[in-house]
Design a protein around this ligand. Sequence first.
Ligand SMILES: Cc1cc2nc3c(=O)[nH]c(=O)nc-3n(C[C@H](O)[C@H](O)[C@H](O)COP(=O)(O)O)c2cc1C
Length: 372
Amino acid sequence: MSTPTSPLFRPARVGAWELPNRVVMAPMTRSRADDARVPPDLAARYYAQRAGAGLIVSEAAHAHPRGYGYPNTPGLETEAQRGAWRRVTDAVHARGGRIVAQLLHTGRVGHPSLFPDAARPVAPSAIAPEGLVRARDGMQPYVTPRALDIDELPGIAASYGDGARWALEAGFDGVELHGAFGYLLDQFLRDGSNRRTDAYGGPVERRARLLLESVDAAASAIGADRVGVRLSPGAEVNSMHDSDPATTFPAVARLLAPLGLAYLHLVDPAPAGAPFTDAMRAAFGGTLIVNGGYDRASADAVLGAGRADLVSFGAPFVANPDLVDRLRDGAPLAAPDPSTFYGGDARGYVDYPQHDGTVWADDEALLPARAA
Ligand SMILES: Cc1cc2nc3c(=O)[nH]c(=O)nc-3n(C[C@H](O)[C@H](O)[C@H](O)COP(=O)(O)O)c2cc1C
């Protein structure tokens, strides 16, 4: 059942890239890196299986030594990490895809057990999230974070420039700054977690300053047309709270608008009616990727109405490596197994079959350079 009229399958120019379709793979942490935070060999196969996406956004990767909030998430700082990522990006490119690295500093979401010197995680203000966090040895209560000194903030922003440079060195096509889901940049944006009284707190223009300086560092390193930003105005995960998100986030989008970014990636769930989407589109003006609970029908509707330019899919890409083909052909979607989302091995990672029942696993075809 071919449906070539769906706007999902129209090519798109996004920043520096020509995309063959408008189906984006959303960033998904899979927690399979080793203790040196080097991505596993299987990551090349995992991402290559999904190279049919117009654009892949990688799982969150770290470029700042204090930015690691979870065990077994990958970095970009070391040669070994970049070498492993190079296998991934070569594999995606060999299959005709494009991939950007998501850059993450988790801020107050983290635990001293994750750092060799047992340091406390850092945050805009000394306010702990509620609940438990995944520490080195299982779930632990959050500790109160250390409020960052103003002198430390230029170094944090600069780490996004380092991350962008390292990402390109590792063969990525660009980067996405993770400004969503209650991590460091989001902690600065919202007044529930940012109680600073200096140049990085108070009115939204100041709360957005770290994000803007981080974007500037990344854009100066690799060009703004290879940099995207992710925001999640409605998400309250990780104890996020803002007194007026309907004002805060469009204001942030207006500040991002003149910077010439490749895209804004907005988490704004379709099943809830995507309540922030229209205001964010109007405020940003550039290429908008929307995310959150989309399926083929709701994706067609949001693109068809001109409310967004591309749609990203997360969980559906876990269990359907050939998601683009299935969406195009109207084939049924497999359901993912959440017990294998984070950590573990090949199971639930590279063993989901394509719609024809086969599991694509031709590792030789991924690495023409090695085979030669
Ligand atoms: C296993 C898993 C890991 C995720 N990791 C990340 C991440 O590293 N960075 C991020 O911005 N979002 C992450 N997300 C959120 C997804 O990118 C996406 O916003 C969410 O799954 C909603 O989209 P969906 O309904 O299409 O799955 C993750 C989601 C899942 C299911």
